[in-house]
Design a protein around this ligand. Structure first.
Ligand code: FAQ
Length: 356
């Protein structure tokens, strides 16, 4: 269902189906082979399965199934790209922030996103992919990044809506990832979540202030919430019955909750906060269901999501073009840094007496 257009890594799909290395092995057995005794897991496979069953961590030097490695590279690199592309919609407002204080806060937030991208690229590198490979996949349009960053930011209130809704959704999705089974990913998420929490509060506070301002400011805040609400709900990914990766990722303790569970939890968080601010969530069917102890809501427009994933969202082309330009403009910095590192290494070698 979900197109693999501009935003996709070509050959990184892990086999689907629930199970660890062993169960995958057995599901691949054809019916004719069922009489054959199932292969015993190798000691490495058994150790991996035991660690997952005990809810322990897998570390870079541990043996891991190829599909587990590929799934992590896919998710962590997509996540890193999202942080880096996610700098663009907000950096649009740094020069136009309404006060020095707002400008300083926004600059700090955008820098935080860069830092998140770097932790995550580093975590992905521990799995054997290089930074250059990931960057090439991104600027050549072969990698995915979050659908949410393909929308424009025409007003200052968009900074509030991004903080409140986008960072809010990010926290909801990412707090459980602090317990992801892959050590470097889980540990990176702990720090990232602390910073996202500050980001969400600053967004809430921008909207709160606008909602206490003039009628024009109130309209601007409500308009931003109207535009960001549904794309923010789409951040959690397709509905559970159309999410090909969820079952396996949950069996491997990478994901802890399904896409729909997290989306539902997020809506439950938003409702009381919207009431405090006085904004209306743009869903006429949003109401508490006593029986389910959860909010009922309207059907999400998944066609829009599919269009964005296929590279046809409002700002896809612009985001990749800008990223490519930044990469090319930064080439001299990378070359200078590499040359400096080479000279330092040469000097260290000479000083150690290895070179005459
Ligand atoms: N956008 O089978 P599933 C942030 C793809 S960071 C684009 O359910 P999975 C901070 C998915 O990749 C935001 N593609 O996949 C910030 C898969 O395609 P593939 C990023 C999406 O992996 C704030 C296909 O659909 N956060 O906001 C999206 O089990 C403000 C089928 O989906 C993360 O990356 C989407 N929304 O679950 C920065 C968190 N949803 O790869 C700046 C980590 C799904 O098979 C400013 N990632 N797809 O070709 C995750 O938790 C998961 O990867 C999900 C998707 C939940 C995103």
């Amino acid at each position: 269902m979900f197109p693999r257009g501009d935003q996709r890594l070509e050959d990184d799909r892990a086999p689907t189906g629930v199970g660890t290395a062993n169960t995958q092995e057995s599901t691949m057995t054809s019916p004719a082979d069922l009489s054959v005794v199932e292969r015993e897991p190798s000691p490495e496979e058994a150790q991996f399965d035991d660690l997952i069953a005990a809810d322990s961590r897998i570390e870079p030097r541990d043996w891991m199934p190829d599909a587990y490695r590929k799934t992590l590279i896919r998710q962590i690199s997509q996540h890193a790209h999202s942080e880096i592309i996610g700098m663009q919609p907000e950096s649009n407002w740094i020069t136009r922030a309404p006060s020095l204080k707002r400008k300083a806060i926004l600059m700090a937030k955008v820098q935080d996103e860069a830092g998140h991208g770097l932790y995550l690229y580093s975590a992905a590198q521990t799995l054997g992919i290089t930074r250059d490979e990931m960057m090439d996949q991104l600027i050549e349009g072969r990698a995915r990044y979050s659908s949410i960053f393909n929308y424009p930011t025409p007003t200052w209130a968009d900074m509030g809506a991004i903080g409140w809704l986008v960072d809010g959704a990010a926290i909801c999705n990412q707090v459980p990832l602090c317990r992801a089974s892959y050590g470097p990913y889980g540990r990176a998420m702990v720090r990232i979540c602390k910073e996202e929490s500050f980001h969400q509060r600053q967004g809430f506070e921008i909207l709160l202030e606008l909602m206490q301002g003039s009628d024009a400011q109130k309209r601007m805040a409500q308009d931003a919430v109207d535009r960001w609400y549904w794309p923010a709900l789409q951040m959690f990914g397709p509905p559970d019955d159309q999410s090909p990766n969820s079952a396996q990722s949950m069996a491997w303790n990478i994901k802890r909750f399904s896409n729909d569970e997290l989306r539902q939890r997020f809506v439950g968080m938003l409702v009381p906060q919207a009431e405090v601010m006085g904004v209306t969530l743009p869903d006429p069917n949003l109401r508490w269901n006593e029986e389910r102890q959860a909010y009922d809501m309207s059907e999400i427009d998944w066609t829009e999501f599919e269009e964005v994933l296929a590279g046809r969202g409002p700002a896809n082309a612009e985001r990749i073009r800008r990223r490519r330009e930044a990469h090319e403009e930064g080439a001299w910095v990378r070359e200078a840094a590499a040359e400096y590192a080479r000279k330092q290494a040469e000097r260290r070698l000479a000083a150690s007496g290895a070179v005459a």
